[in-house]
Write a protein that binds this ligand. Structure first.
Ligand SMILES: Cc1cc2nc3c(=O)[nH]c(=O)nc-3n(C[C@H](O)[C@H](O)[C@H](O)COP(=O)(O)O)c2cc1C
Length: 204
């Protein structure tokens, strides 16, 4: 009998937990990965530790080089490998502590690198449209203060705008908040966030 090939969904993990093992956001990420793997045996998870990658922000020179490659249609150039990987993922988990009312620079630099016309988004006379295959993005964070849902919280709206640009239809955002408030029960806040993560990870 012919063997059936099982499609492995590709889940890309963007780990911007700069404080590594001390990071409370990393704890949420580890939990999400555990639950997702348990409930989606077919998934293939790729974990990018952004801080350990040779990422650099755009400069006048690097942008000119990029534009030259794009004009020549050299989409297979190695500098676009990350953008292709992002575009081909079926789901994306972003773990990033809440810094300066938004995301850490290392995540912004990664996003700058994968945001490439012709790979992750396109443009026509009607405007911009997404080219990514991911059906969802899960954004995990922890915050020192409590500001979710107010204009002070700029991580979720920023990622929501990028999901729109890249054509990713669903953004789920889970955060444990107030972790640096004196006297707060950090363990309880993280456990509360884990409960939400468990619910989302079993459904997406
Ligand atoms: C560089 C830096 C910037 C921060 N900026 C903010 C901020 O703007 N608002 C806030 O509520 N907390 C801020 N915090 C506190 C962190 O959001 C909080 O401690 C979070 O839990 C850190 O995540 P981690 O344990 O995963 O590193 C900041 C912390 C650091 C180190």
């Amino acid at each position: 009998m012919e063997k059936m090939s099982v499609y492995k969904s590709k889940i890309l993990i963007l780990d911007a937990c700069v404080r590594k093992e001390q990071s409370r956001t990393k704890r949420l990420l580890d939990y999400a990965v555990k639950i997702y793997e348990k409930t989606h045996e077919e998934a293939e998870m790729k974990h990018l530790v952004l801080e350990e990658m040779p990422l650099s922000y755009h400069t006048c020179k690097s942008l000119a080089e990029r534009d030259r490659l794009l004009q020549k249609g050299q989409m297979d150039h190695p500098r676009f490998d990350l953008a292709h990987e992002f575009a081909q993922a079926d789901g994306i988990i972003v773990a990033a502590p809440f810094w300066d009312m938004g995301i850490p620079a290392v995540l912004k630099v990664y996003l700058e690198n994968i945001s490439v016309e012709g790979i992750t988004f396109g443009c026509n006379e009607k405007g911009l449209y997404g080219l990514c295959g991911a059906k969802w993005m899960l954004y995990l964070s922890t915050r020192g203060s409590i500001c979710g849902g107010t204009p002070l919280e700029q991580g979720t709206p920023y990622l929501a705008a990028l999901c729109d640009l890249f054509g990713i239809p669903k953004l789920e955002s889970v955060s444990a908040e107030g972790l640096d408030i004196f006297g707060i029960d950090v363990g309880a806040k993280l456990a509360e966030a884990e409960e939400k993560i468990c619910d989302i990870c079993t459904k997406i």
